[in-house]
Design a protein around this ligand. Structure first.
Ligand code: MG
Length: 262
């Protein structure tokens, strides 16, 4: 066989292989049912930081936060309330954390418009492992009478675990997240020795019960782990066109070995 014919056959085989394995589409990893039951939460309770907490957002401004390039965080801040600036991009903590307990409050603005993932989308990344949306996202968005794939609605571990219930308050009201994050560990070759685990309450309702993550959350394709140590906590400036959401009262308590699963 002539060399050019061999090349033609090889190129054809490569094209066929590419056809057999199309690029992963985002919708391939969407799950739409069963839909988590709607649970109306009880009244808001103010959970002030305990004595050993690191206050990440209180009355003192955005000093604990930075833009992804390390410059001061460009989001708005007034009277203890921080509001996403979508043009400024994601922000993350200046400090790094391993395993921790975290409290965070967020509010979708009253009168917000948009639908599906395009309504009040943000996100809490338990560990920011790189730029963009790298890490492990607990979804933040408006899931009050707003249908989307259930493994992407509020309080989902994005595209891994739908919430056990939909405990959203309506837009305009403050929502609380209380999360226990057990960071993954890796050996010296970068292999996972213990995967990440997460427990979360949304407005006091259990929404994630010690779920074991398959890797970092991802818009396309399957989750994978990439070895990392203590990491910043990141908040998402999602590109959807709806009005920006706000945050307040964020604090974290680092957890030592006694809090690890056993
Ligand atoms: Mg998000």
């Amino acid at each position: 066989m002539r060399k050019s014919h061999v090349m033609t056959i090889l190129l054809a085989a490569a094209a066929l292989a590419a056809l057999a394995q199309p690029e992963a589409r985002p919708e391939d990893t969407e799950v739409w049912s069963p839909v988590p039951a709607v649970v109306t939460p009880g009244a808001y309770v103010d959970v002030a930081p305990p004595s050993d907490a690191v206050v990440l957002l209180g009355s003192q401004g955005l000093g604990e936060w930075a833009a992804m390039d390390g410059k001061p965080a460009g989001w708005a801040f007034k009277d203890g309330v921080m509001t996403v600036d979508k043009k400024a991009g994601n922000i993350q903590t200046r400090r790094s954390f391993g395993s921790y307990q975290l409290h965070l409050e967020w509010r979708v603005p009253a009168g917000i418009v948009g639908e599906g993932q395009g309504r009040g989308n943000s996100g809490l990344f338990m560990a920011s492992t790189g730029g963009g949306d790298a890490g492990y996202e607990l979804q933040i968005m408006d899931s009050f009478n707003n249908k989307t794939y259930v493994n992407g609605q509020a309080a989902s571990v994005y595209k891994q675990f739908p919430p056990l219930a939909n405990a959203m308050r309506p837009p305009g009201q403050w929502q609380t997240y209380d999360v226990v994050w057990i960071a993954p560990t890796f050996d010296s070759n970068g292999a996972v020795t213990s995967p990440a685990r997460l427990t979360a309450f949304h407005n006091g309702v259990l929404v994630q019960n010690d779920v074991v993550l398959a890797g970092e959350t991802t818009y396309r394709g399957k989750p994978e782990y990439h070895a990392h140590g203590p990491s910043p906590i990141k908040l998402q400036a999602h590109g959807d066109p709806s009005a920006p959401i706000s945050f307040r009262n964020i604090w974290v308590r680092e957890l030592g070995p006694a809090a690890q699963p056993h």
